[in-house]
Design a protein around this ligand. Structure first.
Ligand code: ATP
Ligand code: MG
Length: 566
């Protein structure tokens, strides 16, 4: 557990945001109501960072008997679309979060927002400005230099109202005019230097409002008003919005809205060996570095789901990392540890041979078959038993046989013995090779008296997995590794771009693997521990021709930790 999450006696997490809410409730602020929201822009799929925000906002609503709105912040139509809206809804639900009767859209408030803009003009707090983008930048000043007033700042209320109405009616071209707040061009906070409220965008079709508008509100103006209209009490966002808070408050104070939510900032989740920025994820998808938004190597929720991460594992991860105001980068091992703990408990055991080597049991009759009982879970009897077919021809993994064994090698060697898991002890009598001296087959004999029994008079130390060749299911197995070699690819400080750090070996595809026969009953998304190999799921979306695809969710142990310690 991190030092940021001290469970209270009721076992709910505690963090600085919950402390603020506790204090508010004590003072009966907001009449004891707690209302939050999760406000994604539908311009990409959600990633693991969003999971932190989702679980924080929905978790608070649940624990304080309030509610949390899912609100699409959809003010930038040319990057947004309905596919992203639907994908986001699916991911939020998959995480186990519920948004009530209705999904909200900022675009629901376009009329209301326009009325608020009119109010600002009437209060002499907004004006139409004709400066072009370049001039605006110049007038804005810098961190060390105050800005200058726009020459259009002193237009009359009447003139501004007229121009805004004509902007709305489509009389002006894109970029020719904007509506700006009239605040303070000399403010130390650049966000307060007469920020833009509305821009003109002709010819875009918005996924909710169609072609109705050619005037679109900016994020800062839209966000606080949407919060206020929904009666949000605590508007929780990430730290980069800290400098926008004065503006958030300025809008609501100036417009004297009925509700004035409190903005609270927390630190973003960053994860090693990956990127969590929608812009960069979009580029990875569009440039073909990965197969799509649900590529199991991506930190998207869809990718994690396809890889076999469960909602429970993701929730546990978010709980372990806690909520603070300090920026940090979490090790991938923390996430993988959560997946492992979850699957160790919940995934039934199966056998699968990834690099097959044929074994013929020469003293087992050709037409004989038998079914051997095997436990589905070594610790948990409630998983029950299954029956494994055994026959004369088997596959074992190439790694489990060595002609010249390294020191301490306990598996199969020429004239040595090994136990087949859940089955008999076999001895390797003969090694068959091809013309290139590759081992292609082993001739072995089995000891019929060793099923469930120790062999008499000798010790057999190694246990290996196997499948019956005749009964096995052929499958494609995909082994995923980190997508980036560098722990912080977008901040590597070596002059390279994040895309330069892509790990060329992040995906290995094994096309001829053999799975035990019981896996014919698996359904898409099912998860298993392939004994001695790791945790795998049956790909919920895809097949390789008529072969099933199994994705490796996570290895049995943390291989990178071992490498780091070497
Ligand atoms: P990105 O930088 O990936 O494009 P964003 O902030 O633009 O993310 P939004 O769709 O606006 O994406 O995010 C919705 C909510 O999720 C916001 O409240 C945002 O603060 C939060 N969020 C985004 N990324 C993270 C993160 N890495 N960790 C925690 N919360 C995040
Ligand atoms: Mg954003």
């Amino acid at each position: 557990m991190s030092d940021t999450e001290h469970p209270k006696s009721d076992n709910k997490p505690s963090n600085f945001i919950r402390n603020i809410i506790d204090e508010d409730l004590k003072n009966n602020k907001n009449n004891g109501r707690v209302v939050t929201r999760f406000p994604p822009e539908p311009n990409g799929y959600l990633h693991i960072g969003h999971a932190k925000s989702i679980l924080l906002n929905f978790g608070i609503a649940e624990d304080y008997d309030g509610y949390c709105n899912l609100r699409f912040d959809d003010t930038n139509p040319h990057k947004e679309n309905i596919e992203f809206v639907e994908a986001i809804k699916k991911d939020v639900e998959w995480l186990g979060c519920h948004w009530g009767d209705k999904v909200y859209f900022s675009s629901d408030y376009f009329d209301a927002l326009y009325d608020f803009a009119v109010q600002l003009i009437k209060k002499e707090k907004a004006y139409v400005c004709d400066l072009n983008a370049e001039a605006m930048r110049e007038y804005r000043g810098t961190l060390t230099k105050a800005g200058k007033d726009s020459p259009f700042r002193h237009r009359t209320v009447e003139e501004n109202l007229d121009l805004l109405a004509r902007m709305k009616a489509g009389e002006f071209e894109d970029g020719s005019k904007v509506l700006r707040a009239k605040i303070d061009m000399a403010s130390a906070n650049i966000n307060m230097r007469d920020p833009t409220l509305y821009r003109i965008r002709h010819g875009v079709v918005h996924h909710q409002t169609g072609a109705e508008w050619c005037l679109y509100p900016m994020y800062d103006f839209t966000h606080c008003i949407s919060d206020a209209l929904e009666g949000i009490t605590h508007s929780i966002c990430t730290l980069e919005f800290e400098d926008h808070r004065p503006l958030y408050d300025w809008f609501l104070d100036t417009l004297e809205t009925e509700h004035h939510p409190q903005q609270i900032e927390f630190s973003r989740l960053n994860l090693e060996h990956t990127v969590t920025s929608k812009r960069k994820l979009t580029a990875l998808v569009n440039n073909g570095h990965v197969e799509g938004w649900d590529d199991p190597r991506l930190p998207t929720i869809a990718g994690l789901r396809r890889r076999g991460c469960t909602p429970a594992a993701l929730r546990e991860f978010i709980k372990r990392i806690g909520v603070t105001k300090s920026d940090n980068v979490i090790e991938m091992a923390v996430l993988e540890g959560c997946m492992r703990d979850d699957l160790n408990k919940n995934a039934p055991r199966r056998m699968a041979v990834l690099h097959p080597l044929k074994v013929i049991i020469t003293n087992y009759p050709e037409d004989k078959e038998e079914l051997l009982e095997a436990a589905n879970h070594p610790q948990d009897e409630s998983f029950g038993m299954r029956k494994l077919p055994f026959s004369r021809e088997l596959y074992i993994d190439q790694e489990d046989f060595k002609e010249v064994p390294p020191k301490k090698y306990k598996r199969l060697i020429p004239n040595g013995e090994v136990r087949l898991r859940n089955s008999y002890v076999i001895r390797c009598d003969e090694v068959i090779k091809d013309s290139d001296n590759n081992v292609i087959e082993l001739r072995c004999t089995y000891d019929a008296d060793t099923h469930g029994k120790k062999p008499e008079g000798r010790k057999v130390k190694g246990v290996i997995h196997w499948v019956s060749a005749k009964h096995a299911i052929e499958a494609e197995i995909r082994l995923y590794d980190r997508l980036f070699n560098h722990p912080t690819p977008d901040n590597s400080k070596d002059g390279k771009e994040y895309a330069d750090h892509i790990n060329p070996d992040s995906l290995r595809i094994l096309t001829h693997c053999y799975l035990e026969a019981t896996l014919s009953e698996a359904t898409p998304g099912d998860q298993f521990q392939f004994e001695r190999e790791g945790y795998y799921n049956l790909d919920p979306m895809h097949q390789a021709g008529n072969k099933p695809i199994y994705n490796r969710t996570v290895t049995l142990r943390d291989a990178w930790e071992k490498i780091a310690k070497k």
